[in-house]
Design a protein around this ligand. Structure first.
Ligand code: LRH
Ligand code: MN
Length: 393
């Protein structure tokens, strides 16, 4: 790695130290595909054990201080007690994810269902999730709707949008002053003809109509192949409507693989747009969340690896020589401009990150440190019996 000037090193180090990546409670639980869910030893049996695993990821990476919850997968009797448990372990409870995609009543839709009684049931769940936020102290309500239709004519597309808007409005009006609604879009699955929130434009239109507390979430696995996701990032940042990311990666569809595993260059390009817009720090309001399923790989190491992948892409993006890039762009020097990005991308930032971890009193090698910690052996021995957590589908 080229010798960094002291000012560059200080700037990059400060930005990386301030980075915050939220992990997902469901990533620590069993998950799979419609073909098979492969159970693993040591998997949590309840939200308390999921939070404990999230705390271990933070202990070894130093940049994952919150864990997102999913309701009802993480329903407990006393959310304030769960928040206390998290605090004792050095983490906080993050975004609250609603779930209106697993109830039999929602076969033809949840908030978009033709049946007003079923819509009421769905909205009541969204409102329950805001109650949970009040108890956990969470800022973000994350909404993903599996709602859609499988055949042309199955339902009226515009009528479904009206129903969606009505449900979002009622939920938006329930939010507290410091709370936000993050609307997530997805091109398809489980709906296979039309999804009611299929793309960033639809999510953006609804968020614009709702107001400043409604923002768009970009799940990196939710686009048509070939979609330029960093373009969407730039557009939503420019509009002040980028609420956050569900980071993962994919080779084909919504594969929910480790972020950066399938396309590290895409992750770098996304973080480049974030750095360009000075939207990396917590003050930007952009929530950097992981939304992954570790179907065959050991879960806690996979989450640690994912956090490291985001750190590495971020460090590379922070190393882009902004002045050289700007000069080349202004001069119309296409190759020099592209080279400014590629030089940063091809920089091995791992030694720098290892140094920064050591400076922060962390083991420079979080994956190795976790393996040597004996934590897996401990949970494998302790977590015997009971019902392992999963998607409860
Ligand atoms: C939908 C999704 C959504 C979550 C779920 C776990 O595909 O990305 O963010 O609710 O995964
Ligand atoms: Mn998601």
């Amino acid at each position: 790695m080229p010798e960094l000037s002291p000012t560059t090193r200080a700037r990059v180090a400060a930005a990386l130290r301030a980075q915050r990546i939220e992990t997902a409670s469901w990533a620590y639980a069993n998950s799979g595909t419609r073909f098979k869910v492969f159970a693993q030893e040591g998997v949590p049996r309840d939200p308390y054990e999921k939070v404990a695993d999230a705390a271990v990821v933070h202990r070894f990476t130093g940049v994952a201080p919150t864990v997102a919850l999913h309701i009802p997968w993480d329903r407990v009797n006393d959310y304030a007690d769960l928040a206390r448990h998290a605090k004792e372990l050095g983490v906080g409870l993050g975004a609250i994810n609603a779930n209106v995609f697993q109830d039999d009543d929602f076969k033809l839709g949840s908030v978009t269902n033709p049946d007003p009684g079923i819509r009421r049931k769905a909205i009541d769940h969204l409102l329950e999730c805001v109650d949970v936020m009040d108890a956990t102290g969470s800022r973000d309500l994350k909404l993903w709707f599996s709602d859609g239709i499988n055949y042309p004519g199955q339902d009226d597309v515009r009528a479904r949008q009206d129903r969606l808007a009505e449900a979002l409005r009622e939920t938006y009006d329930r939010l507290g002053p410091q709370q936000r609604m993050l609307l997530e879009y997805k091109l398809f699955e489980p709906a296979f003809y039309a999804t009611d929130v299929p793309d960033w434009g639809t999510a953006y239109a609804h968020c614009l109509q709702l107001g400043p507390k409604a923002q768009v979430v970009i799940d990196t696995g939710h686009h048509a192949p070939g979609t330029n996701i960093e373009f969407i990032v730039a557009i939503l940042l420019r509009a002040g409507k980028l609420g956050g990311f569900d980071f993962n990666s994919r080779f084909y569809a919504d594969d929910d693989l480790m972020v950066g595993a399938a396309d590290p260059f895409q992750l770098f390009r996304i973080m480049h747009e974030i750095v360009l817009a000075d939207a990396l720090g917590p003050a930007s309001g952009v929530a950097f969340m992981l939304d992954q399923c570790h179907n065959i790989e050991p879960k806690i190491p996979a989450v640690i690896r994912s956090v490291l992948n985001v750190q590495e892409a971020t460090a590379k993006a922070l190393l882009v020589d902004a002045d050289a890039l700007r000069a080349a762009q202004d001069a119309g020097d296409v190759l020099a401009a592209n080279a400014a990005l590629m030089d940063a991308y091809h920089t091995d930032v791992r030694p720098l990150l290892a140094e920064l971890r050591a400076d922060a009193g962390l083991d420079p090698d979080p994956m190795g440190a976790y393996a040597r910690s004996g934590y897996f052996e401990k949970i494998r021995a302790e977590r015997v019996g009971g019902q392992q957590a999963g998607w409860g589908a």
